[in-house]
Ligand binder design. Structure first.
Ligand code: ADP
Ligand code: ASP
Ligand code: MG
Length: 806
């Protein structure tokens, strides 16, 4: 014999009840089917009852919906006629009468509530029994409980006898309502919310059946609640203890008391999906396959928790404090979900249901009144809006490093852990976090323990001009390959241009980002963008700055402080005041996130990375000489008898090598910023003002408007042509060189001969030469394209990949 339980969704509509029929009729064995109320009905009955008792007394909205749902179902299954219609209407009338009664007295007792709470099950069991053509058995006639209305305790002795008698020699198919029971006086009681699972387990254990099947709307017990973690997947096998822990800590898929009766009899539980009957789901059994399974089987969480902390120096070494605390809470029926006490005994924290906060506080104050008066206990703190999260797995006890991995992942994600508890059985590690950190916590833990084969990075991109746009193209092209080969999922989670911004936790589809951004109803704002990143509180997040904006750089501090990494092509922050640069680096370090700006110098060339590697491995930078402006190099490579200076500047702009205002390049400021950054990364404290920039264009041209510059710049042509001719004869070239030595940085035009490494620097290329203690006689050279949208985007891309630590 088997017991099959179908939950609310499984019997939630006529179509679903038809599926149930198929499943039941497919069984060869004798079957007892336990059903919940039609999905959502219990909630509606309870709301109706509370509304009836409240001032307005209006329960009709709910009642109408309850009637409608049943009418529709009956209509589809039985054409709305026959004896079943009569039975259902009678039960609904009974419900209406009691609700009217509650309205009249304006009061709702737990006993009255139980009188009606199970009407949904009483009805559904009639419907399903008739539709399947099975016998209906009334659970309330054989499950006897005490009078703890709302969540009564079962009298197993009486109940088991009655069940055995009811089903003696039973061979066919029967349907019974879940959730309902009666006390010894014959009054209705219920087994607690979700209690239909328990009903099924009670019957299964009493009859010592072969298996208990819980049919629900998911493919069994999953690694986490699939409604929160979309990537959660089915756990094929769990032990009773693991299932107990997971469900106790919020995995709603099974009501926790369900497990004990079947565990005692060694009856396996199979969790199956009514909507995918071929899926094997989860089997809950006794034995564990040690060492084969993952150490962690699943994660679950409970929200709506308050953490109560009792604190006082006077508690240290005093015996009986915890006993008194727990007794005080037990006396007022407050259930303790988690306990944590430091070995100093200076404080003890317990997690309780937030609804019990007042009850708990007054009970504790009363119990410790004397200690509070004399200051032995000096604080009773109630921290609400917190959640308890638990990871569960029997194999944890055979594996070291779980807690270390767990808490370091939490730390990196910026989740503050308020309290921790681990039982000596090592079956469960639980901890308390703020509600707002819950989703991130679950995601982070799920990712690191279950999906470690795939690392996910969430990208928030600010600025989609040439570099940003190019980055997105590269990202789109590489996404699939990275996932397949590197198990790295790069997800575009947020994006903004100057007008609009767009966010999507599941990832914005890159091929259509333009249209999606265009149709977004969120106007762009820098602070709004940052606020949204913070509110999404997503793990492994990276803020990518592809603007050249001073303003964007002002939010870096806030972004890093929120445990979000930064990858930036924008030079403003790294070349701002030294204190700001140093502070940003410090925050990144403290928070365990990255602040990367490789493209600030030489676009995609590994200039900063190499410098970091040299310094980190103990080398000392003695001298840096570099051609760092692609624009200026292009200009001095292009200048000729036919192409005068002014024309080369224009061409540089047209080719996209220069800044929109080429004077930024000509002034040498851009080069100065770069050498400043290199000097800082070499470990020197240096400011922009310390750099000696020798301009080759007269100051006057920098002072006017851009138009005035364009019309005035040709006056330089003659003088440059004269000098150029001489250089040509001497086989020499101009290079705009930045250098750093002995703590001093400078930038200016230099003449190099053909033996110099800078001589053969084509086009807009950059070249950096590091003279270090190790690379002394022959300095290290890094050379290549140092400008352009696609190499810059590639450099940003590489930095983003660095954030993932793959
Ligand atoms: P039923 O009405 O069939 O009793 P419930 O709603 O009580 O179903 O429980 C099933 C639901 O439990 C699923 O739809 C799912 O959202 C939720 N759930 C929470 N945690 C888990 C988990 N770890 N695995 C599977 N489902 C879970
Ligand atoms: N219908 C009841 C509830 O919603 C019992 C159950 O479905 O398990 O709590
Ligand atoms: Mg349930």
């Amino acid at each position: 014999m088997k017991v099959l339980k179908f939950g609310g969704t499984s019997v939630g509509s006529a179509a679903n009840i038809k599926r149930v029929k198929d499943i039941v009729l497919n069984q060869n064995d004798a079957v007892i089917v336990v059903v919940s109320a039609l999905g959502g009905i219990t909630d509606k009955i309870l709301t109706a009852a509370h509304n009836a008792a409240s001032g307005t007394g209006d329960f009709h909205t709910e009642l109408t919906e309850i009637r409608k749902k049943h009418d529709e179902t009956l209509h589809e299954l039985f054409n709305g006629s026959g004896s079943i219609k009569y039975i259902v209407d009678e039960l609904l009338d009974e419900l209406e009468q009691i609700l009217t009664g509650i309205t009249l007295v304006g009061e709702l007792t737990a006993k009255t509530l139980d009188r009606i709470a199970g009407i949904g099950e009483r009805i559904s069991s009639h419907i399903v029994a008739q539709f399947i053509g099975a016998e209906r058995k009334d659970s309330s006639e054989f499950i006897q409980t005490d009078s703890n209305f709302g969540k009564a305790s079962v009298d197993f002795k009486v109940t088991n006898e009655r069940i055995q008698k009811t089903f003696e020699g039973f061979k066919g198919k029967a349907v019974a309502p879940g959730f309902i029971s009666k006390n010894s006086k014959g009054e209705y009681t219920t087994l607690g919310r979700g209690g239909s699972d328990f009903t099924a387990a009670i019957i299964a254990a009493a009859l010592d059946v072969e298996i208990l099947e819980i049919w629900t709307d998911v493919n069994g017990f999953m690694t986490a609640d699939p409604r929160v973690i979309r990537k959660a997947y089915t756990i094929p096998e769990l032990t009773y203890s693991e299932a107990m822990e997971l469900s106790h800590f919020g995995a709603k898929v099974i009501y926790p008391p369900t497990i004990l009766p079947v565990y005692q009899k060694g009856i396996p539980i199979q969790i199956k999906n009514t909507f995918e009957p071929e899926n094997p789901g989860t089997k809950i059994v006794k034995g564990v396959k040690n060492g084969i399974d993952r150490p962690i089987k699943g994660i679950s969480s409970i929200s709506g928790i308050t953490l109560v902390t009792l604190q006082g120096i006077g508690m240290v070494g005093v015996t009986g404090i915890s006993m008194r605390l727990f007794t005080a809470l037990a006396k007022v029926n407050v259930n303790v979900i988690l306990i944590s006490q430091a070995s100093s005994e200076n404080s003890i924290s317990v997690a309780i249901d937030e609804h019990a906060i007042d009850l708990a506080e007054s009970a504790i104050r009363e119990e410790f009144e004397k200690e509070i008066a004399v200051g032995q206990v000096n604080k009773i703190e109630m921290e609400s809006n917190v959640s308890v999260v638990a990871i569960v797995g029997e194999n944890m006890k055979h594996t070291t490093g779980i807690a270390g991995k767990l808490f370091s992942t939490m730390g990196k994600s910026g989740v503050n852990i308020i309290a921790i508890a681990q039982g000596a059985s090592e079956l469960n590690i639980s901890w308390v976090v703020k509600n707002e950190d819950l989703r991130k916590t679950l995601n982070t833990v799920h990712e690191s323990f279950f999906l470690s084969e795939n690392v996910e990075v969430n990208i928030f991109l600010m600025g989609i001009g040439t570099v940003g746009g190019n980055l997105l193209q590269q990202l789109e092209k590489q996404q699939e390959r990275l996932l397949k080969e590197k198990h790295l999922r790069l997800k575009l989670t947020g994006i903004a241009n100057s007008r609009k911004m767009l966010f999507d936790r599941d990832g914005i589809v890159i091929s259509s980002y333009k249209e999606s951004l265009e149709s977004s109803d969120k106007p762009s704002s820098l602070q709004g963008f940052v606020d949204e990143i913070k509110a999404m509180n997503i793990y492994n997040a990276v803020f990518v700055d592809c603007t050249a904006s001073d303003e964007v750089a002002t939010v870096y501090k806030e972004v890093l402080s929120s445990n979000v990494s930064i990858v930036t092509a924008n030079k403003v922050a790294a070349s701002s005041e030294y204190d700001n640069y140093a502070l940003l680096k410090k925050i990144a370090k403290q928070k365990g996130v990255k602040f990367l700006f490789e493209t600030n110098v030489g676009a995609g060339l590994p200039i900063i990375n190499t410098l970091n590697d040299l310094v980190n491995s103990g080398d000392k930078i003695l001298k840096i000489e570099a051609v760092l402006s692609g624009t200026l190099n292009y200009i001095f490579n292009t200048i000729s008898a036919e192409i005068p200076l002014s024309k080369t500047i224009q061409m540089a702009k047209e080719e996209g090598y220069s800044e929109p205002d080429p004077r930024v390049d000509l002034s040498g400021v851009d080069v100065a910023r770069k050498i400043l950054i290199l000097a800082r990364e070499s470990g020197y404290k240096i400011e922009m003002d310390d750099i000696d920039i020798k301009r080759f264009v007269p100051d006057a041209l920098f002072e006017g408007t851009l138009d005035e510059f364009w019309s005035g710049v040709s006056v330089l042509d003659a003088e440059f042509e004269e000098k150029r001719k001489i250089l040509e004869v001497e086989n020499k070239k101009w290079r705009f060189v930045a250098s750093f030595e002995n703590g001093k940085a400078e930038a200016g035009l230099q003449v190099v001969d053909s033996a110099h490494p800078f001589y053969d620097l084509e086009g807009s290329n950059n070249l950096v030469m590091y003279t270090t203690e190790r690379y002394h006689e022959f300095p290290m050279l890094i050379k290549g394209y140092g400008a352009g949208a696609s190499v810059t985007a590639a450099g940003v891309f590489a930095d983003i990949i660095k954030v993932s630590n793959i």
